[in-house]
Design a protein around this ligand. Structure first.
Ligand code: ATP
Length: 353
């Protein structure tokens, strides 16, 4: 008898529920035993019960086999001090999800702003450390009349773990025909903290003699994302650098509606689209569901590898292939130049499975 996978589901705000519903339909259509539990969180939950991340939702997430999270938050709903709520960041910290995985793949049909030379394939993964770095003092920075200060913190434990995660990922990708290369993206020429990061990265690299490792400064990497994006395989970087570069990566794919992500720790993992709740198009039924659906495909792959179930890994790849086929055929939402609404685009993907 196959295992029942408990999935905690955060439907979210704005377009969040609109893209989550067809994603759950797609998962229900696969031959696996998923049990979905709804977890209120975000702006609607804050208005409803005074908490943007109720303890019961966090408990359900902690006990689940995996967590599916749609776009959370609404710029119009803020804490009394004027800041926006970011329960997705609180979940990362609470569950120690140190590895933010941001794949960047450009396939025919995407609205990439790049003119790629013939034969050049863009397929790399940015691994963003997601629990410390410049987010260390998030919400607790010091602000005085004439001075504001935030602290960047890198611990050896987490830096080592996230680097090891990147090398393991590169090893898996090499087995599937990729380059087997890991690049540390840092600013070691200016900050001692990043010299420390490099030292830890190089120490981990020594355990992977079968892979290539190198370093790049983050400013140069922003340039190379645009000038030679086909050159990279796996990159690993600090939290804030990763936050910025992952949006640049989404831009290479033609927008946030295309960009899936995973935040992975030793015991838990969250799968969510990179984009926000898009209040400007919420309620119209036109949101692009691809980033959410590809995030679910990443969940299938992660669950399959973790539980030794090849059928899940294969289904993750099938969902990717179905999305690629829809992109190539133009069976997509208006943001990608198509004519379909959210439901129609999701149905086109399901029809190809
Ligand atoms: P956040 O700060 O919460 O991450 P954001 O500032 O990045 O949010 P989004 O809510 O992601 O902003 O929206 C940015 C733009 O991208 C908006 O114009 C929005 O309509 C568009 N957008 C985001 N997600 C989608 C999607 N799935 N389909 C279509 N358009 C989208």
């Amino acid at each position: 008898m196959s295992k029942t996978f408990e999935i905690a589901v955060f439907h979210g705000d704005g377009i969040g529920p609109e893209i989550m519903a067809p994603t759950l339909d797609l998962l229900r259509g696969l031959d696996h035993d998923f049990r979905f539990t709804d977890c209120p969180a975000g702006a609607a939950s804050y208005l409803d019960c005074g908490s943007d991340l109720p303890q019961a939702s966090l408990d359900t997430a902690r006990q689940a086999d995996a967590i599916l999270l749609s776009a959370l938050g609404d710029p119009a709903v803020r804490y009394p001090d004027g800041t926006e709520m970011t329960p997705q960041i609180d979940i990362r910290i609470a569950l120690d999800l140190y590895a933010g995985v941001r794949p960047v793949r450009i396939v025919p049909g995407m609205r990439t702003p790049l003119a790629l030379p013939d034969g050049k394939v863009v397929d790399f993964v940015l691994v963003r450390e997601s629990t410390e770095g410049l987010f260390h003092t998030q919400g607790k920075g010091r602000v005085e009349a004439d001075l504001a200060e935030e602290t960047l913190r890198l611990t050896r434990r987490t830096t080592e773990k996230v680097c090891r995660f990147a090398f393991d990922l590169a090893r898996d990708r090499k087995a599937a025909g990729q380059k087997g290369r890991v690049t540390s993206v840092d600013k070691a020429n200016v900050f001692r903290a990043f010299a420390f990061w490099r030292e830890v990265f190089d120490g981990v690299a020594g355990d992977y003699p079968d892979l290539t490792s190198d370093h790049a400064y983050v400013d140069a990497m922003a340039l190379w994302f645009v000038l030679k994006p086909w050159d990279w395989d796996v990159m690993v970087t600090e939290n804030m650098f990763g936050d910025i570069l992952s949006d640049l990566g989404a831009g290479l794919m033609g927008g946030l509606g295309m960009a899936p992500s995973a935040d992975i720790g030793d015991d838990h993992a969250v799968f969510q689209p990179c984009h926000g709740s898009a209040p400007d198009i919420a309620g119209q039924g036109i949101a692009n569901p691809i980033a959410m659906i590809l995030s679910a495909a990443m969940m299938l792959d992660w669950l399959g590898r973790r539980h030794g179930d090849d059928t899940l890994v294969r289904d993750g790849a099938r969902v990717h292939a179905a999305v690629d086929a829809c992109l190539a055929a133009g069976d997509v939402t208006v943001d990608l130049g198509g004519a379909l609404d959210t439901q129609g685009a999701a149905r086109a993907i399901m029809a190809r499975l």
